[in-house]
Design a protein around this ligand. Structure first.
Ligand code: GDG
Length: 473
């Protein structure tokens, strides 16, 4: 059996007690622990100069991590990845900026990571690369003569061509993505945006079975919605129900209803709009005063990127303003916690709550939405209020789906969720658990890897045939 090498910008912290708060890290780690393999990427440390990977084995996973220099970090990570690609791919061109030096740094780091990985690759390994930091990574490996199957999965949305074209080196990026054997997206809409870019720009064609022929290569382009392990989450949510933090929250609620939200502190998650819609509920339905609280957990991320500092200030301002307006001596409407919690504890908190409030302005999938559903007690489940712009909305038919730009609609959905009869809550919950079990995290990984193995073999045969035909023509 060939070895699996996973490549992502950041390898999840390996030390106990350092929880990874990020969908990619959680999804990849769970997926890799089962199959075993190598996880290659940045250690999270700033190094004085580039050095060979540090290798550490834990169970059946080998971690191979490298440091980044300050210049690499600034240009590749903080710059082009998170100040250009992240906002644009989340349709926030207004927050996106482009700097040629940063793009050069992005390409340089991709090339240098590829060079370092090449030393570890064996001929029968298969390589699975993750996310927007590494769009050109396969191109770099191919330039070094690596012939192994290489697949790519994008965890965030892929924008429609008009938006993609606002990134100045858009064509170079898309062309380099065609060096992969499989390019996977979270949803069919993302896949379609990528195919539209190729077809409308006359860069290539789509044939049966999602095969794209572009820039002289054949690759599969498909949607592989990332999943979770719902039964393991349900178990953890139940077991952690007795923890002190969970009991304290239950006591503090004193019979009040609880709306729970958990997100990395990111402008794509729609946190400000979410607070404002909750405020609208309190304005429109004063009967809820003193009877419902919103708990927002938002661990900070990328806090050295300027736009992230701004969202933090805005959110603190909004929470303070709304609490100042409505709070009573014994009731705080919004509890805003700007820190990380243990993951199983979060699942137990979800189970305590009556509403899961997940309203990103744009999101590749959103694992929190799925985790919220999985954490519920089937006998007395909470209701999920979910943005239509999360990939998860396609897969969770029992959610109350809202447009996060429509505050009134969100406030109405909250009220409906808070008052929903038990039978309807149970039916909606059951409607969501079935697809979550059917498309769990193993299915995501196994489907992607099966396609990668299949396509890599088939396309190398096709490309050889095309080359032979070119020579004899
Ligand atoms: C990217 C895409 C896509 C959150 N706070 C804490 C904590 N978390 C965990 C959640 C969840 C994960 O982090 C967040 O995942 P999301 O999917 O919601 O969002 P992103 O981080 O933006 O993830 C996203 C995902 O990749 C996977 O492909 O769904 O669209 O943007 O698992 O529970 N975990 C801990 N403490 C916290 O305080 N331990």
């Amino acid at each position: 059996m060939s070895r699996l090498i996973v490549v992502s910008n950041r390898v999840a912290p390996t030390q106990e007690g350092r929880p990874a708060a990020g969908g990619l890290a959680i999804g990849v780690l769970d997926a890799l622990k089962e199959t075993g393999g190598v996880w290659f990427g940045w250690s999270g440390e700033i190094a004085a100069e580039p050095s060979p990977p540090v290798i550490e084995k834990q169970g059946n996973v080998t971690y191979a991590t490298v440091g980044l220099t300050k210049r690499d970090y600034d240009q590749y990570y903080r710059g082009f990845s998170n100040a250009t690609l992240w906002p644009t791919f989340h349709y926030r061109n207004d927050l996106s900026r482009y700097d040629r030096q940063e793009y050069a740094g992005y390409l340089r780091v991709n090339a240098s990571l590829a060079q370092q990985l090449k030393e570890l690759v064996r001929p029968d390994d298969i390589i699975w690369v993750h996310d927007y930091h590494l769009l050109p990574f396969a191109r770099c490996l191919r330039d070094l003569g690596v012939k192994n199957p290489i697949g790519f999965f994008l965890h965030i949305p892929f924008p429609v061509p008009e938006v993609m074209r606002t990134v100045p080196p858009h064509e170079e990026l898309v062309k380099s993505m065609c060096s992969y054997d499989v390019v996977g997206f979270q949803t069919d809409a993302d896949r379609q945006s990528f195919v539209d870019y190729i077809e409308r720009g006359n860069h290539g064609t789509l044939s049966d079975e999602n095969m794209v022929h572009a820039y002289g290569r054949f690759l599969k382009v498909a949607a592989y919605p990332i999943g979770i392990y719902p039964d393991a989450i349900a178990k953890a949510a139940e077991q952690y129900g007795d923890r002190k933090a969970v009991r304290s929250l239950r006591d503090a609620m004193r019979g009040r209803k609880l709306i729970m939200s958990v997100d990395r502190l990111d402008y794509s998650k729609g946190l400000v709009e979410r607070f404002q819609a909750f405020e609208r509920l309190l304005l429109n339905a004063p009967g809820w005063h003193g009877r419902v609280s919103l708990v927002q957990i938002a661990p900070p991320t990328r806090s050295d990127v300027q736009t992230y500092q701004r969202i933090r200030q805005n959110l603190e301002g909004e929470a303070g303003r709304i609490n100042g307006r409505f709070a009573q001596l014994d009731w705080t409407p919004i509890q805003y916690l700007n820190r990380k919690y243990e993951r199983n504890l979060l699942m137990a908190l979800f189970r305590q709550s009556q509403v899961g409030y997940v309203t990103p302005l744009r999101d590749g999938m959103n694992l929190v939405a799925k985790e919220y559903v999985a954490s519920q007690d089937p006998a007395d489940p909470g209701v999920l209020v979910l943005s239509q712009f999360a990939g998860a909305a396609e897969q969770l038919p029992g959610a109350l789906v809202v447009n996060p730009f429509d505050l009134s609609q969100m406030a109405e959905a909250l009220e409906r969720a808070l008052s929903m009869p038990l039978a309807e809550r149970q039916a909606r919950h059951a409607d969501m658990m079935a697809p979550l079990r059917e498309n769990n995290l193993s299915v995501w990984r196994d489907t992607f890897l099966a396609d990668l193995r299949h396509v890599a073999t088939a396309s190398s045969v096709t490309e050889k045939a095309v080359k032979r035909a070119d020579v004899t023509a």
